[in-house]
Write a protein that binds this ligand. Structure first.
Ligand SMILES: [Zn+2]
Length: 473
């Protein structure tokens, strides 16, 4: 009987009119008072997943624009906090309680302060619209019914909330996206920016994701903007129409924005590791190794995957062990299997072990080669290679070179080998898209990347004397 009573109370108490949207909402499982607590709890998980947030002038600038937009919302009782994540993936997301995140990758894509304000306004819209709360309540009640009510009675709000916690970073509904775009346009206009900036940025996002899809296989899967904020073909058009409901304002602060992001890292950073001239460099951890010519490198959070067109796959990662290399290889990694082939090796002064044997990967006969190198006491770096049978002897030598190329970065390398950067260049007289794009340090599709990065369509000319973003080594 207690559960029934509680449920009845929740329905009456929580179905209220939202001040931002005017909607009647059922947010029974997440009363407003608990939003901040749940946000704080989820925030620590975000920090654990993405590492330290960026600090310094760019992060301060993002925060100042966020606060400016937040002052113009219906929910000024929320303490909004803005964090810049050091990730090359283009993304932004929000947690209940006013926690808002934007990635470095998204900052490199935006072209004005107004577009940055649009993204932050959209995320604020998810908070003021109470979308996470609404989604969580619907999900828990519809999906789990009385079990959740029972949990709420037995374990209280914390347990009920943990059921919904996984939903925060899953995608919003189409109607929630539409509503956040509308709210974002409203906040943009109120904050004194051109309300068309929302449609402009959505259009850039659309172009960027199409270009990424074209260069498919190059990037790790990972959650990008559209996996959390679904794009419908109508979204750009609807945002444009919505903006016409507000007085036209020309303020975009493009020059100021470009000055702020000038010099920002583009792609993987020193703390994530990056490739240059057929080598992988990890300046923060201080190591480098080479890989076979023509291979594609996917830099994940806990491993580096290298795929060669001939079917060879190499996975590089780290492991903890205080055993000597042969014991580590035979007892811990191979767990007593295939140990007859293991041999002790030395890789640039570091003790190691190698083992090769025939195996099967996804139904294909391959040679499996394992290499473990003791990097420092208690820590190993490892290569796992799956090599098709017919790759030839010169490629075999390249693989051997890969294993034996692992070494510490020199101090000269640490000073000279830097991640890619975005810089702002004033177009010289006579510049064209082709001439500007030729300066781009990207692998292929240079003109397309130049156009997408600068929010331009294919027929738009470069104007001499105007600032443009390019990517350099
Ligand atoms: Zn969204």
């Amino acid at each position: 009987m207690l559960a029934v009573t509680l449920a009845g109370t929740a329905v009456i108490a929580a179905c209220s009119v939202n001040p931002a949207t005017g909607d009647r909402q059922f947010t029974g499982m997440l009363p407003m008072a608990n939003e901040a607590a749940i946000g704080a709890q989820e925030h620590s998980k975000i920090q654990a997943q993405f590492g330290n947030f960026m600090t310094g002038p760019v992060a301060d600038y993002v925060s100042s624009i966020g606060q400016k937009v937040a002052q113009n919302t219906e929910r000024t009782d929320v303490q909004y906090r803005f964090y810049t994540i050091d990730s090359p993936i283009v993304n932004a997301f929000a947690l209940p309680g006013g926690y808002i995140y934007i990635s470095r990758g998204l900052l490199t894509l935006a072209n004005s302060e107004a577009e940055l304000a649009a993204v932050l306004g959209h995320e604020i819209g998810h908070v003021t619209g109470r979308h996470a709360a609404e989604r969580m309540s619907k999900g828990t009640l519809a999906g789990l019914g009385t079990a959740v009510l029972g949990a709420a009675v037995g374990g209280g709000v914390a347990q009920a909330a943990s059921v919904g916690a996984n939903l925060y970073l899953s995608s919003y509904s189409r109607s929630q996206e539409h509503q956040s775009d509308e709210l974002g346009v409203r906040y943009l206009a109120r904050a004194g920016y051109n309300p068309q900036a929302m449609a402009d940025f959505l259009s850039s996002l659309d172009a960027q994701s199409k270009l990424e899809a074209k260069a498919a296989g190059k990037k790790a899967g990972g959650a990008n903007y559209f996996s959390t904020h679904p794009l419908t073909t109508d979204r750009v058009r609807e945002a444009r129409a919505e903006a016409t409901k507000f007085p036209a304002i020309n303020v975009e602060n493009r020059a100021r924005y470009l000055t702020q992001i000038n010099g920002l890292t583009y792609g993987d950073s020193s703390s994530q590791g990056f490739t240059r001239d057929n080598r992988f460099y990890h300046p923060q951890m201080g190591f480098t190794f080479s890989y076979p010519n023509g291979a594609k490198v996917t830099n994940g959070t806990s491993q580096v995957a290298i795929n060669h067109p001939n079917g060879t796959v190499i996975v590089f990662d780290a492991a903890k062990s205080s055993s000597d290399p042969m014991t580590f290889m035979t007892r811990e990694w191979l767990k007593g299997q295939n140990t007859g082939t293991a041999e002790a090796i030395n890789v640039n002064g570091n003790r190691g072990a190698m083992a090769s044997f025939s195996g099967n990967v996804s139904g294909r006969a391959v040679t499996v080669r394992l290499v473990a190198v003791e990097w420092q006491p208690g820590q190993y770096f490892r290569f796992q290679m799956a090599i098709p049978k017919n790759v030839g002897s010169s490629f075999e030598r390249e693989l051997k070179d890969t294993a034996y190329s692992l070494r510490r970065m020199t101090s000269a390398e640490k000073n000279s080998v830097k991640p890619k950067r975005l810089i702002v260049l004033t177009a010289p007289a006579g510049s064209t898209v082709a001439s500007m794009a030729s300066k781009m340090a990207v692998d292929g599709n240079k003109q397309e990347y130049f156009l997408v990065l600068n929010g331009m369509n294919a027929s738009e000319p470069v104007v001499a004397g105007q600032p443009y973003k390019i990517v350099i080594n």
